[in-house]
Design a protein around this ligand. Structure first.
Ligand SMILES: Nc1nc2c(c(=O)[nH]1)N[C@H]1C(S)=C(S)[C@@H](COP(=O)(O)O)O[C@H]1N2
Ligand SMILES: [Mo]
Length: 388
């Protein structure tokens, strides 16, 4: 059912088929598929995944045929263990610098106002390694607003930082010239109080209409639309307010971008913790039917104004953005009909432009080329394809 080519049905003009198409679009969530098309796999396939325990599933770009990623195809990352949580016994603690500490059950959270967000989660490490190119997915998340809970707990005057503690734990060794420490540390990420209070943030218990699956944080995770994956803490256990900035493994050592920047003609080495998502796009797949070839893909990370595609060393061609369903924090799907490709191997590159005119950087742009770590790899992606 969800593979039905919606547009071709509309093309046939029958009211019944149009109604079916509308029904179908709610299921398939808009994708510019065509009748009878076949997918031509990319020549450059990702390398085998050497860390199957950490990265459990990845988006297979050629399989992408819906705006919303089905749960079973959604990528899953676990840096530590993968906890199994008994939802009946589970409680979320809100404590630290608050006037009234709270302890909320899953039933308590579900009884609170419901808020949904369609949000594309991307791991900031996506495209940072040859084996990691599918660390992205789009889902309709549902939960309850975080801000109201923090307000109810009453953050004290000196509270400036909100720490989201996961249930998962890892054994971490920190060894350098100054320190030699072994830790049994819970996954934890923090945000400033102002960032945490954003009305977009939800404590999420539902993903695409079903209970949050275990790989994605059952029973409850933070969903922070507009932030890279790492901020969206899964298997939540505790939310703590502190009076200093917080520097866990995932704030201050991993998920830190190291980049050479120019300032007044001097090189400045900057180290920044991964935060909000950056503009990015990728070609998803090339299909072919009787009408010809079509390149489709996605663009995300910021409000997208346009997407351009370059084939080989040709000029940038503007793609059509599918505007059937939109959400501020979800990817847009785009496509470009490829007129008469010559047989042989070709390259396909895409670049997204934001509504503020910011262009997704080329791979040789200093912002990418002078970055010495793999996170925040939002440079333009080139795929290779062989046309028979
Ligand atoms: N508790 C916990 N939360 C976590 C992680 C984790 O390992 N433990 N991984 C983070 C990372 S790196 C990413 S990219 C996203 C991925 O979300 P997903 O697994 O639902 O796709 O979850 C984030 N939240
Ligand atoms: Mo990530």
């Amino acid at each position: 059912m969800h593979n039905l080519p919606r547009r071709e049905f509309i093309g046939q003009g029958s009211a019944a088929l149009a109604a079916l198409a509308l029904f179908h679009s709610q299921l398939a969530h808009a994708f510019p598929s065509r009748a009878g098309e076949t997918v031509i796999p990319w020549v450059d396939q990702p390398a085998p995944n050497p860390v199957p325990a950490v990265i459990q599933t990845q988006l297979v770009w050629e399989d992408m045929d819906s705006w919303v990623t089905p749960n079973e195809k959604f990528f899953s990352i676990a840096h530590f263990d993968r906890p199994t949580i008994d939802a009946n016994a589970w409680k979320l603690e809100i404590d630290g610098l608050v006037k009234k500490p709270l302890s909320l059950s899953l039933t308590d959270l579900k009884a609170r106002p419901r808020q949904e967000a369609v949000f594309t989660v991307e791991c900031s490490g996506n495209h940072g390694f040859p084996f990691f190119t599918g660390g992205i997915g789009n889902a309709r998340w549902a939960g309850t607003p975080l801000a109201a809970i923090l307000e109810e707990a009453g953050v004290k005057e000196d509270g400036i930082e909100v720490v989201f503690w996961g249930t998962d734990v890892g054994d971490i060794v920190l060894k350098d010239d100054f320190r030699d420490v072994k830790m049994h540390q819970n996954f934890a990420r923090s945000m400033s109080l102002a960032d945490a209070m954003s009305p977009n943030n939800i404590l999420c218990y539902e993903m695409n209409g079903v209970a949050l699956p275990a790989p994605n944080g059952f029973p409850v995770r933070l969903i922070a639309p507009g932030w890279y994956g790492i901020a969206n803490v899964k298997w939540l256990k505790r939310i703590e307010i502190r009076n200093t900035r917080f520097m866990s493994l995932l704030m201050g050592r991993n998920y830190v971008t190291i980049r050479e920047e120019e300032h007044n003609g001097e090189t400045v080495w900057a180290e920044t913790s991964v935060g909000r998502s950056l503009v990015k796009s990728a070609p998803a797949r090339v299909t072919r039917n009787d009408a010809g070839y079509r390149i489709s893909g996605a663009a995300w990370g910021a409000p997208i104004a346009k997407v351009e595609v370059r084939i080989d060393d040709g000029q940038w061609l503007e793609a059509t953005i599918d505007h059937d369903e939109e959400a501020e924090f979800a990817w847009v799907i785009w496509y470009l009909d490829w007129k008469g490709p010559t047989p042989g191997e070709h390259s396909v590159t895409s670049r997204a432009v934001t509504t503020k005119g910011q262009v997704q950087p080329a791979m040789d742009d200093p912002v990418i080329a002078k970055k010495h770590t793999y996170w925040e790899s939002n440079g333009q992606i080139t795929r290779r394809i062989s046309i028979a």
